[in-house]
Design a protein. Structure first.
Lengths: 652, 326
């Protein structure tokens, strides 16, 4: 199938022209921002009208009671935007029996910056859209952290009130998790995976485009909760607090639905792409570890994400329609929420980590110039984490009041998951052994990740042990632990990935010197910020407080200073990315001399990735093996393989 | 490399030993919990030193010169090594599991002669009732040293969590179910009771104290309580002022007379100035009826009408009118 499709694409490539310009009224009816501009308010008006009409017909006093009205708006108005921008055009025509537009490929590739603001079905454009959007939300959530640290610099209340503070940490976590880490990995995967497996695109390009456009919707919803009273119940949104919390809570519940839908659609797309569209010769045991990692992650997403969607729907039903899922006075059960929530949210930790493992494996092998040590065990340990990940959720609930007998089995499975994780760490170290290591920026971030992740993993051992967790649960020790895992783990690998594939994505090199300075500032700032939090937690500082005992004043002041330093280091990253994208040196096709397929085409790659389907003949990590090859790119008439690449790949 | 490992191991061990990572231990439960902590710390120092040594050595030794374009040695794996680093961690975590399990068994069951204390949490206050003292209740927990107690806890509104760092014991307090936490205090003194589950805007202020008394002091205190001559947590014997503390008003509201400076809810010195008793009463039992400018409805609990006994409510209203208009 892959071969056939690619063949068609190849023939049509010459006709990939910019989309025709529409004139007059057709500018407002064709897909795009103009149509979204009137369709979104039109949906808003229609939904408002229908809600008022229904309530009037049923004889309710308040025609636009806030909760039912805003819930309906947050559910349906985004469809107005999505239809307007053109996310459903093809399917719409198909559904109503109209002839579908002949595939002109105008939705493929980017010719100018404007093409990044359209519904585009090219996985490379979508990948860039994802990465840039998620960095926007990363900066927003990071600024919230800065505000929090400003408040926490001194005991007592200074800058913000309790409600704003609770809003800051709740929205900070929600944005970082749902709008940054998860989709940033999805974005990098989107760009790289079809290239890595030798496919022309993702299996479902239109679904891919749609799943990207759900993201800004989810992000804006989380941010706009501030308008009606912030979402301030913590990202875990525990009941009953979330059921009595201000209206901003509904914005979180709906934003999770949109972000979750996006995540599930992308994961399905990855699964189908990886299973059906690998180039000939690309057996599972020849797949790069990033592909393995995304395969495991996507399976996790597809199985687990419906649980958080469900948990938030239950709260929504409780709030808006007065169901009693979680109301103990009406026969509901409070802890049921936590079980459903963590059944997603623990696997979510691996959703936020496994792609990072994949990136680290790619980067470490390339820059140590060595095959990945124990490739098969590396792949199998990903699958082991996938399976075990579903059996540990209640370790978040050791002190919740759940049945006592459940503590021991959940503790044992939580400890066992340290084994496959340990295998990965030891294998990365062994990959460095006897290598020829080049410390470029991505390599610095990848090795920095390994060392920080070890600390995060070891503090996880403390928390997995029930007796210690009884003391340390819900304290700053936990704050330290998750930041070692999600900042030292996920964020470091995202940085590694962005620097590593920056030449491929933009066709330009980033500034290596600035990149290295960025790494060292981040590395130092990160440790000074988060390491002392272990001490604070063990000594008695609970998490999620705007005010604390004066005993902890000095240490908190130091942490705040370090966090501002850490925040400032991000400016260097942004500067490097923006300036290098515009004016960086032109990147060769394969600046890192890597073997995986994405580096065997030009930078950026041609619209349909490969001029001819590559033939995979060996492992992706045969560095140092004389004459070994991962793939052969067949030479074709008119194929634009620069001479340098041709020599390196060994095509003669 | 072994040298690097020893140096790192020693350095980390010094950090672990010289910095007091844990607060004072003041209960028998702290014993086994701290033992597990040190056991895990020992293993972690070993693992960290090993990893640090290998990575520091590799980073130093196997760095390539800028003009070096050679590849590394193509080592694909080593089955024996891979078996070792699968088995050794499995053994280590099994050991930690068993040790943790044993420690857990010794801290989670209350001793049969434990005194029961009923704990009720609400936004943003603790209430401790003593069945052995004919149901008297206090806003701070009072216990006798070396006497096992078990707290039977429930919540009136949202989830709270009871934590005394010096006891190492923590347990969520959940509406609709009863949870319990056993402990035996071993040191006379005053320790903080901290709410560790986000419970709303007043969460950081939801603090109380646990006063561990010697046997003699406890007997004196208990006899006073039984006689009803004093209430802990309230000075002056003024029933209204006592209620202001007991029902947690001071956790959220500023009131100069009671010495509270919390800023979650409106400043009572300002908003109650010139108001009559009826207004004050309505504001307590039906807080959403009139909302002070700049504040949100639904934040203040709406159950005070049911929770505060009539007599105490009268005293509270009386007190507030006097304190803000005097």
């Amino acid at each position: 199938m892959a071969v056939h499709e690619a063949g068609v694409h190849h023939e049509l490539e010459t006709s990939a022209a910019p989309p025709p310009r529409r004139r007059g009224i057709r500018r407002w009816t064709g897909p795009g921002w103009l149509r979204a501009l009137w369709l979104t308010p039109a949906f808003f008006g229609a939904v408002t009208g229908i809600v008022a009409l229904c309530r009037w017909a049923l004889g309710y006093p308040d025609l636009l009671a806030f909760q039912p009205w805003i819930t309906s708006c947050l559910t349906f108005v985004p469809f107005g935007f999505l239809i307007g921008i053109g996310g459903f055009d093809y399917w719409g025509r198909y559904m109503i029996g109209k002839p579908t537009l002949p595939e002109d490929h105008s939705g493929h590739g980017a010719r100018s910056w404007r093409d990044y603001f359209r519904v585009n079905t090219d996985h490379k454009v979508i990948g860039v859209q994802y990465v840039v959007t998620t960095i926007f939300f990363f900066v927003a959530a990071g600024l919230m952290a800065m505000f929090m640290r400003a408040e926490l610099a001194k005991p007592g209340m200074q800058f913000v009130d309790s409600e704003t503070f609770n809003g800051l940490f709740s929205v900070h976590a929600s944005l970082m998790i749902f709008l940054f880490i998860i989709p940033a990995f999805a974005g990098l995967g989107n760009y790289v995976i079809p290239l890595m497996i030798g496919a022309p695109d993702m299996a479902f390009p239109r679904l891919n485009a749609l799943s990207f456009w759900l993201l800004p919707i989810a992000g804006l919803m989380m941010l706009s909760s501030y308008i009606v009273g912030p979402f301030a119940a913590g990202w875990t949104n525990y009941v009953p607090l979330s059921e009595v919390a201000p209206h901003g809570n509904i914005f979180f519940q709906m934003a999770v639905q949109w972000a979750g839908a996006s995540s599930i659609m992308t994961a399905l797309n990855f699964l189908v792409t990886i299973i059906t569209m690998r180039a000939p010769g690309m057996t599972f045991w020849r797949m790069p570890l990033l592909v393995w990692a995304n395969f495991a992650t996507s399976t996790l997403v597809v199985i687990a994400t419906p649980f958080i969607a469900g948990s938030q729907f239950f709260i929504l039903l409780d709030r808006v329609l007065h169901f009693n899922f979680f109301d103990p006075t009406q026969g509901g059960h409070v802890l049921a929420y936590q079980h459903i929530f963590w059944f997603y949210s623990h696997p979510a930790v691996y959703i936020m980590m496994l792609p990072g493992f994949g990136i680290a494996s790619e980067v470490i092998a390339v820059f140590a110039r060595k095959p990945i040590f124990g490739y098969r065990l590396m792949a199998l340990s990903l699958m082991a984490i996938l399976v075990l990940g579903f059996s540990v959720w209640a370790h978040h609930m050791f002190v919740s009041g759940m049945a006592n007998w459940l503590r021991i089995p959940m503790m044992v499975t939580s400890f066992l998951i340290a084994v496959p994780t340990g295998i990965k760490v030891f294998s990365w170290l062994a990959t460095l052994w006897e290598g020829r290591i080049r410390f470029t920026t991505p390599m610095l971030f990848a090795t920095g990740f390994v060392s920080m992740f070890v600390i995060g993993g070891l503090s996880g051992i403390y928390l997995a042990s029930v007796p210690i967790d009884i003391h340390a649960s819900d304290t700053y020790f936990v704050v330290a632990h998750i930041h070692y895992v999600l900042f030292g783990g996920s964020l470091f690998t995202i940085f590694a990935g962005i620097y590593y594939w920056f030449p491929k994505m933009t066709g330009r090199m980033y500034d290596e010197r600035l990149g290295k300075i960025h790494f060292w500032l981040t590395f130092v700032g990160f440790n000074v910020t988060f390491f002392p939090m272990h001490w604070l937690g063990l000594h008695g500082m609970p998490r999620r407080v705007a005010d604390y005992s004066p005993d902890y004043g000095t240490l908190n002041f130091v942490i705040s200073l370090a966090s501002f330093f850490l925040g400032a280091s991000t400016l260097l990253f942004l500067y490097n990315m923006i300036v290098s994208w515009r004016r960086g040196a032109i990147a060769p096709g394969n600046p890192w001399r890597a073997l995986t397929l994405e580096w065997q085409v030009s930078s950026p790659p041609p619209v349909f990735n490969f001029d001819a389907i590559p033939q995979v003949v060996g492992s992706p990590y045969e560095y140092g093996v004389r004459g070994a090859r991962h793939a052969v790119l067949p030479e074709e008439e008119g194929a634009e393989v620069p001479t340098r690449e041709r020599e390196e790949v060994g095509v003669t | 490399m072994v040298l690097v490992g020893l140096v790192v191991g020693a350095a980390v061990a010094l950090v672990a030993l010289l910095i007091p990572w844990l607060p004072t231990a003041a209960s028998t439960e702290a014993g086994p919990i701290d033992q597990v902590y040190w056991f895990v710390t020992g293993i972690c120092i070993f693992v960290f030193a090993l990893v640090a040594a290998v990575s520091a050595y590799s980073v130093w030794k196997f760095r390539a010169a800028p003009d070096d374009h050679e590849d590394g040695k193509p080592i694909h794996g080593n089955t024996r090594l891979e078996i070792i680093w699968t088995l050794v961690p499995t053994i280590l975590v099994t050991a930690i599991s068993i040790y943790s399990g044993i420690a857990l068994a010794s801290v989670q069951e209350p001793s049969p002669d434990a005194r029961t204390i009923k704990v009720t949490a609400q936004q943003f206050a603790w209430n401790f009732a003593y069945p052995n003292l004919s149901g008297r209740s206090t806003g701070d927990l009072v216990v006798q040293v070396d006497k096992p107690v078990v707290l039977e806890m429930t919540s009136k509104d949202v989830i709270h969590s009871f934590w005394v760092p010096q006891f190492r014991m923590k347990q969520d307090v959940v509406p609709g179910i009863n949870t319990q936490v056993p402990f035996t205090p071993t040191k006379v003194g005053t320790f903080p009771v901290i709410c560790t589950e986000l419970c709303g805007l007043g969460h950081p202020t939801m603090r109380a104290e646990v006063r561990v008394l010697s046997a003699a002091d406890y007997a004196t205190w208990a006899s006073q309580e039984k006689g009803g001559t004093a209430t802990t947590g309230a000075g002056g014997g003024d029933a209204g002022k006592a209620a202001f503390e007991q029902f947690g008003c001071s956790s959220c509201h500023t009131l100069a007379d009671a010495g509270s400076t919390a800023q979650v809810g409106p400043d009572l010195d300002k908003v109650l100035k010139g108001k009559d008793a009826d207004f004050v009463r309505t504001s307590i039992v039906d807080p959403n009826k009139e909302i002070a400018t700049g504040y949100q409805p639904g934040v203040m609990p709406q159950e005070f009408g049911d929770q505060v006994p009539e007599q105490q409510l009268d005293a509270l209203v009386d007190y507030l009118v006097k304190a803000t208009n005097g």
